[in-house]
Design a protein around this ligand. Structure first.
Ligand SMILES: Cc1cc2nc3c(=O)[nH]c(=O)nc-3n(C[C@H](O)[C@H](O)[C@H](O)COP(=O)(O)OP(=O)(O)OC[C@H]3O[C@@H](n4cnc5c(N)ncnc54)[C@H](O)[C@@H]3O)c2cc1C
Length: 459
């Protein structure tokens, strides 16, 4: 297994391109950047300024060639307002950037303005409320929430940004017990393209609040701060089941049936590697003690088993993986409503090089929310399947060809998870938003009538 790929698989534990980002190249050339610099000072970084190149690099380095016209290192909501007013007036592409992990690097618009929120990352916890700056990365969020004896269900890689993750849903090791990250959202402070700083909650701008819970990053406005409802931090037990080469199809079949019957406390994923000589790993976390998990693990076919009790914070650190730079990859997804035969999966995958499918269990609390109660539509899925292809040693086109074959071969209909955004996903609006699409488009038109935030897979 390759180093970069291993980093990804550990980091996600759950786990776009040739489309251009914006068409306003000519507009950017005639842009009056001095005007924005008067508002932001040296927080506005232009090509040629010190740090420009280091600042611009996205996590998926397939897009490392992209050159934004400017990067605004925002420190307060007024900076974000200045950026959106400027981009709207100058008609240049503009995108928020939190953790830079967009699979299609949509937070890095070519010739556009990057609204970098990394410095807006304060986390404060009071009781069961966590206020999280929209530029915060996941590990610091867990550290702050965990230090207060609380828990927030969010993703696994330490450097994923809360901004993109929460707006697209947020699948996590605690999702079956506590729901998606977006299900815990109480309110958001958001700058809309008209420059207004608004609060979206159940009581204020309720349509916007609905859309922000699964409607995908980059649409509607730029969130500056989230307030989440936390839960008292539970004790957890982390486990791994390892099946030898040749057992992938059977292990996947057994895993799917096992997870359908699992209690909310149990979350798990199953990784099927392209390499037929690789072991198949099933990993997971249980909300509760080891003694209660063991009988559940006994229902799975015998495997090499490791089981360890951990605190909430230890579990989050474990799944956060090690720090590391990004790399070249292509990925896509399907949401599984039915059992997918293990032999179909191994038939599609085995023999392809440098790739894997990561199946993550859904259901539990996540699945009990009505599909139209928030913008996240995939409540009836039993699992997500993330198809991942390393592109370090092949062209992007080669990686995407294999990706499409595997994705479409899974036979799970036209579905996908917007946070695993794939620029070549067929009929992506329906795949990502299903029956919530029409309402989402209405909200987008209301708050962004001039399409200031337009991007190739934007609403
Ligand atoms: C290694 C790795 C591990 C991952 N693990 C998980 C996981 O466990 N669970 C899961 O659900 N997903 C996971 N993901 C997917 C992840 O949720 C998406 O890639 C997400 O979009 C990343 O958000 P970001 O803020 O880091 O990225 P960015 O590139 O900064 O932003 C992503 C998108 O959101 C927009 N955006 C960002 N901030 C804001 C804001 N404040 N307001 C409005 N729009 C905004 C951007 O413009 C862009 O369109 C993982 C991805 C990677 C690469």
């Amino acid at each position: 297994m390759r180093v970069n790929r291993r980093t990804f698989l550990q980091g996600t534990a759950l786990g776009v391109a040739s489309l251009g980002m914006g068409t306003a190249t000519a507009a950017a050339a005639g842009t009056d950047w001095a005007r924005l610099r008067r508002r932001l000072g040296d927080r506005l970084v232009l090509p040629g300024d010190p740090g420009y190149d280091a600042l611009r690099v996205p996590w998926n380095t397939i897009y490392a060639h992209r050159r934004p016209a400017a990067i605004a290192r925002c420190v307060r909501p007024e900076d974000v307002q200045a950026c959106l007013e400027f981009a709207s007036h100058e008609r240049i592409p503009v995108a928020a950037r939190s953790g830079k992990h967009s699979y299609a690097a949509y937070s890095l618009p070519e010739n556009g303005l990057v609204v970098d929120l990394a410095a807006m990352s304060a986390v404060t916890v009071a009781g069961t409320r966590a206020r999280v700056g929209a530029g915060a990365q996941l590990l610091p969020v867990y550290e702050a929430v965990g230090a207060a004896g609380q828990a927030l269900p969010a993703g696994t890689c330490r450097s994923v940004g809360i901004g993109g993750l929460a707006l697209g849903g947020g699948i996590s090791v605690l999702g079956r017990k506590y729901g998606l990250t977006s299900d815990r959202l109480l309110s958001a402070r958001i700058v809309t393209p008209d420059g207004c700083l608004r609060t979206a909650s159940a009581h204020e701008e309720p349509d916007l609040y609905w859309a922000l819970r699964g409607g995908g990053g980059g649409n509607f406005g730029i969130v500056t701060e989230f307030t989440f409802r936390t839960a008292p931090a539970p004790g957890l037990t982390v486990f791994k089941l390892v099946y030898p080469a040749g057992a992938a199809a059977d292990a996947l079949d057994a895993w799917q049936e096992w997870m359908v019957q699992a209690p909310d406390e149990l979350w798990s994923n199953c990784t099927v590697d392209a390499d037929p000589a690789a072991a198949t790993n099933i990993g997971g976390a249980y909300v509760g003690p080891k003694k209660d998990l063991e009988p559940l693990l006994d229902r799975m076919p015998a495997a090499t088993r490791t089981v360890q009790e951990m605190s909430y914070l230890e579990t989050m650190r474990y799944y956060a993986g090690n720090p590391g730079p990004g790399f070249r990859f292509a990925a896509s997804s399907r949401m599984l409503r039915d059992h997918v035969p293990g032999e179909r999966v191994t038939g599609l995958m085995h023999g392809q090089s440098d790739g894997a499918i990561l199946f993550d269990s859904f259901g539990g609390a996540l699945g009990r929310v009505a599909p139209d109660a928030t913008a996240f539509p995939h409540r009836d899925a039993r699992a997500s399947a993330q198809i991942f292809m390393d592109a370090e040693n092949r062209t992007e086109a080669e990686a995407r060809q294999v990706l499409a074959t595997v994705r479409d071969g899974l036979g799970a209909g036209n579905t996908g998870y917007v946070n695993y955004i794939d620029p070549e996903m067929p009929d992506w609006p329906t795949a990502y938003y299903g029956r919530n699409l029409a309402r989402l488009r209405k909200v987008a038109r209301r708050y962004d009538p001039d399409r200031v935030l337009a991007f190739p897979q934007g609403l």
